[in-house]
Structure formats: C-alpha cells, structure tokens
Design a protein around this ligand. Structure first.
Ligand SMILES: [Zn+2]
Length: 110
C-alpha cells in the first residue's frame, strides 16, 4: 500500500479537494495496479465522471471513491465474463488505442 494518493483517503469527510469522482488517466496506465485496468478502460463519452469499461462496453459512474468503483466493477462476475469474451476480440485488435480508436463493436448476437 505504498501508492501515492492523488486523492487521499475515501470520502469520509466532505472536503472539496477531490470533488466528485472522475476518470483518471493514470488508471489506464500499465503501471497502475499492475496494469489490471490497462487497455480495459478509457474515458467515457458520458463525461469525466464516468469510466468506460471496454470489455463490458458500458460506462461506470465514478463516485468520489474513485478507483474503488473500478475495483468493485472489475470484481463482478459480469465484468469477468465480458473480459473473457473480449479476449477473443483483443487478440485481433492488438493495436487498440485508448481514446483514439473508438470502435463500437456490433454485438447483436441474437
Ligand atoms: Zn467491465
């Protein structure tokens, strides 16, 4: 637990230092939490208060707890399933560029 807290501890107190939760670029870094989010998230089109989960293809609202929301989401079975599925795509899509290549994957598997 020797990470530099950009935002300090969870929002026990209502200080305005952190404001509401925001997507952080650093979460996308391979250095962040061993890169567990790298390549899986990107800024959401819903705005800076959301993070887009690429395998799930959905936006996650970021509360002031910040990355904890992400962790919680990544721990869900639903997400893990999406990741499993997306691995297939990702192998064909190695050159994925976060933020630049917004590729709406058509997923109408009826
Ligand atoms: Zn997800």
């Amino acid at each position: 637990m020797a990470s530099k807290g950009t935002c300090g501890p969870p929002p026990a107190k209502k200080s305005k230092t952190c404001g509401s939760g925001r997507h952080k670029k650093e979460w996308e870094s391979p250095d962040f939490e061993k890169g567990r989010y790298a390549g899986l998230i990107k800024p959401s089109s819903e705005g800076p208060t959301h993070t887009f989960c690429i395998p799930c293809r959905k936006s996650i609202k970021v509360t002031p707890s910040g990355v904890y929301d992400l962790r919680a989401h990544f721990d869900t079975q639903a997400h893990k399933k999406c990741v499993e599925k997306s691995k297939t795509y990702r192998s064909m899509d190695e050159h994925f560029q976060p933020a630049a290549a917004v590729k709406p994957t058509p997923s109408k598997a009826t």
